[in-house]
Design a protein around this ligand. Structure first.
Ligand SMILES: Nc1ncnc2c1ncn2[C@@H]1O[C@H](COP(=O)(O)OP(=O)(O)OP(=O)(O)O)[C@@H](O)[C@H]1O
Ligand SMILES: [Mg+2]
Length: 455
């Protein structure tokens, strides 16, 4: 529903006069009215526009009102459909009612009553949407988007978030893997005035190149082999809310150009169609690469970089906010104790070890380490025994690791020890180990994903 009208109504009737009368009445009431004299065009409008209710004639040449109703049920079942029917088609109209049509009127309708029904239909759709949103929110309130931390480094992040949460400027969240970029993106949205609108996440690295275009822009049925049905793209899904492009550096150059155009024109075209669809959204992107560096190397478009980076939120790595570690560790401990119905604490030595470690996988790694420790804990206290071997200083490691290792484990151990010696400096570590930075990050990510087994 738009802010300026009571709602957007689509009237479908093959008789132009009937349309005229109804339009006049509903416009007068403050509705925005769209019209169509046939089902084909009406379907298109329903597809492309945000319609709050449909009023349709039953009998029309070509496809009839029932077909339109079926179409609505299939693609936007929350839109109420009101039928106008002549005596000859009452039975069909009644049948439609049993399948969930909102109401039917005999022609000519009592316009006073019709106005009342339209108002109720629009209200019903609004309520349905609200309920969906509330359901979403309840999920969030369970603490899912709580950002833990209190160090100056993180507080600066909070301040930026607070300052920009209600604007529509594009935001880039930058930070190492596992620092909480996605958490911050979600928190930014769910604490904003537009929190009731959708938050749609797309991981640019996880979706194969050939599919990502369809994913983002949608496609028409038959647009290419395999496009067996029409698909709405993520930009459309994100209407009036946020589209979150995770790992945006992985977007290939041709798509970068397309994205730039969407950001400039606020319009998209589904693949296989050249109709422009207006889209309103806020873009939040995330990256664990240095995008400025990617620009320098010619892998990321400079103009796009400036567009998506109107506001930059830098998320500090965990080793730069070590004072947050006790808070985070305790909070994760409580969470996993509750989940696993255990009552354990962390020994002082564990707490010290956690604070000394350099955390290449940042908060995600810390979370995994605590989860693993709670699983392994036997007594009432978690000791260093329950920490992954390579978290301990090398001397303790030797004492702790008796079991034979796979090649991969040895490789990880070498990486971690070197990282430790280089105080977490990844470029230096990669150099010493003689592998490329890319290969190095790949291994780190693998280790992250494999946890806790590779520890
Ligand atoms: N400050 C924080 N407080 C509590 N939990 C956090 C915090 N930061 C991150 N986490 C948790 O750590 C995990 C990783 O966070 P998230 O997925 O947001 O990281 P990311 O930066 O997007 O990582 P990647 O670069 O690998 O995609 C999640 O389980 C998240 O809930
Ligand atoms: Mg992420």
């Amino acid at each position: 529903m738009t802010g300026y009208s009571k709602g957007r109504i689509l009237i479908v009737d093959d008789e132009v006069n009937a349309i005229r009368v109804l339009s006049a009445i509903l416009s007068e009431e403050g509705y925005e009215v769209l019209t169509s004299t046939n089902v084909e065009y009406a379907s298109k409008v329903i597809n492309d526009d945000d319609i709050d209710a449909v009023i349709t004639d039953f009998k029309m040449p070509g496809r009839d009102g029932m077909r339109l109703f079926e179409y609505v049920c299939e693609i936007k079942p929350d839109i109420p459909v009101v039928f106008l029917t002549a005596y000859g088609t009452i039975e069909s109209a009644v049948a439609a009612m049993t399948r969930g049509a909102f109401y039917y009127f005999l022609k000519p309708p009592d316009y006073g009553k019709l106005k009342g029904i339209v108002a109720r239909a629009v209200e019903q759709r609004r309520l349905k949407r609200e309920i969906d949103l509330l359901k979403n929110r309840l999920g969030e309130e369970n603490g899912r988007y709580r950002i833990i931390g209190n160090t100056p480094a993180l507080r600066k992040t909070f301040e930026t978030m607070e300052a920009v949460k209600d604007s529509v400027s594009n935001v880039l969240v930058a930070g190492e893997t596992g620092t909480g970029k996605e958490l911050i993106a979600r928190a930014l949205h769910y604490r904003s005035l537009r929190s009731s609108m959708p938050f749609v996440a797309v991981n640019c690295a996880a979706i194969p190149k050939e599919l990502i275009e369809v994913e983002l822009f949608g496609c028409e049925k038959g647009a290419f082999t395999g496009a067996v049905s029409r698909r709405t793209g993520k930009f459309e899904e994100a209407a009036n809310g946020v589209i979150f492009l995770d790992e945006i550096s992985e977007l290939e150059v041709s798509l970068q150009a397309k994205l730039l155009r969407v950001l400039q024109e606020r319009e998209i075209e589904r693949i296989g169609s050249n109709k422009k669809i207006r889209v309103e959204f806020r873009l939040i992107s995330a990256t664990n690469r240095d995008l400025a560096e990617e620009v320098k190397k010619g892998r990321f478009r400079e103009d796009l970089y400036y567009r998506i980076n109107v506001v930059e939120i830098k998320v500090p790595p965990l080793r730069e906010r070590k004072d947050d570690i006790p808070l985070l560790a305790t909070s994760f401990l409580n969470e996993f104790c509750a989940e696993q119905r255990k009552m354990v604490t962390l020994s002082n030595e564990v707490m010290r070890t956690l604070q000394q470690y350099y955390w290449p996988g940042n908060i995600r790694q810390l979370r995994n380490v605590i989860e693993r420790a709670v699983v392994l804990a036997r007594g009432s206290q978690i000791g260093v025994r329950e920490l992954p071997g390579d978290m301990l200083p090398p001397r303790r490691q030797a004492a702790n690791n008796h079991s034979p290792k796979t090649l991969k484990e040895l490789e990880m151990q070498a990486i971690r020890e070197t990282l430790h010696k280089c105080k977490g400096n990844k470029s230096k570590t990669a150099k010493i180990l003689g592998i490329s930075r890319k290969a190095f990050y790949k291994r780190l990510r693998e280790a992250d994903a494999d946890q806790p087994d590779t520890y």
